[in-house]
Write a protein that binds this ligand. Sequence first.
Ligand SMILES: C[S@@+](CC[C@H](N)C(=O)[O-])C[C@H]1O[C@@H](n2cnc3c(N)ncnc32)[C@H](O)[C@@H]1O
Length: 399
Amino acid sequence: MRQISTLYGEVVVLDAYKLQSLIFPPDVIFDIGANIGVFTHYAHEMFPDAPIVAVEPHPPNFAVLEEFAPLGTVLFNRAIGCGQMLHYPDPEGGVGGGETYISNGDGYEVPDVAGHRIEEVDVQSLLLDALHKKYVRPGDRLAIKIDCEGAENILFAHPPSVEVLQKADFVTMELHPYWMDGESRDDPEALASRVHKILGETHRCDSEIPMFYAWRKPDGEPIAGRGEFGGLLAERGLLGNAAEIGVCSGTYSRDILDWGVRHLLLVDPWRELSDAPCGISDEQHEAYYQECLTNIQGYEDRTTILRMTSVEAAKQTPDESLDFCSIDANHRFEGISVDLPTWWRKLRSGVGAILAGHDYLSPDYGVNRAVTEFAAERGLHVHLVIEHQRDASFWMEKP
Ligand SMILES: C[S@@+](CC[C@H](N)C(=O)[O-])C[C@H]1O[C@@H](n2cnc3c(N)ncnc32)[C@H](O)[C@@H]1O
């Protein structure tokens, strides 16, 4: 038997499917290629209210899944595919192993892979649209995990399944290029870019080959990552003065400069503050400062560094002078509650200037509460930008 500790390590300890990146509790979870149920259990622990639909074709794996699955899990001893299923036994074999069940049909031809022992098996098949129709209600947030040893390739060639993937709020999968059709079957990057083409419009995608992740972009939001503010600012003619409050190593500063802003103010004391320590030694702060200088090298004529706190720097910054300000400094409620109104005053009125900030949804910080209260007092809409991890950003437009 494949070591349960290995599966547990990958799925739970390493969070290989990035369930921890979800900032919403899903209403329904599909576990495609459920194996013996390690992911099913992990997902159930994290989201106990979400029903899980688990699909596993290999009878010995399914037997374990069935015996130990959390109460209420909907179980299918079926394979992702269409019609007659073919089984390519895992040479290592055994319970918990990666057995391949694959089929022709619905636009997908199983490639002829030399050296594989193939047997026709009597396992029923299904595709994603059937599951979606039965288990997902309008408005449900759906998370789909897929690891089915190559059978996922039929999904990418099956328009109704593609439609389900495009509607899902989160898709997390292991890709198996070996079972691709066409030229590029030994090229994992090619498979990732093919999936990116399918999901890139609707989702923010990321891949760490062989893993592929896709978070659905919030409906109606004009941008899907804080790196995209540049396009929004350019569209609005707002590439004038910008400020970054809380700079650290200056990687984001460099991004902001690359958008083409006329001038960027970089504010950070690069030292531990006694009233709001962030647990970084002064030596490390100094190293970040030096890294920042390197990051903005070549941009000296468009940057000003104010090595001081946000409040001190604000005193030197004229009101109504900025088109864009990003706050990522003191994340405590008390700190960000001061920074928000302070830097809001620095934005130009009547042009659509933007106040943005990081770590909006992190439960460890006071950012969310401060932003919510700030926006409510002024009747502002808070836009949400979901990043790869929990560190979503917010932004608000100054009327
Ligand atoms: C999370 S890091 C900033 C990361 C950076 N914005 C980025 O995206 O790469 C937070 C930074 O805020 C700085 N900081 C903490 N309190 C601050 C304050 N009151 N005013 C300005 N900067 C502060 C810290 O020194 C630290 O470098």
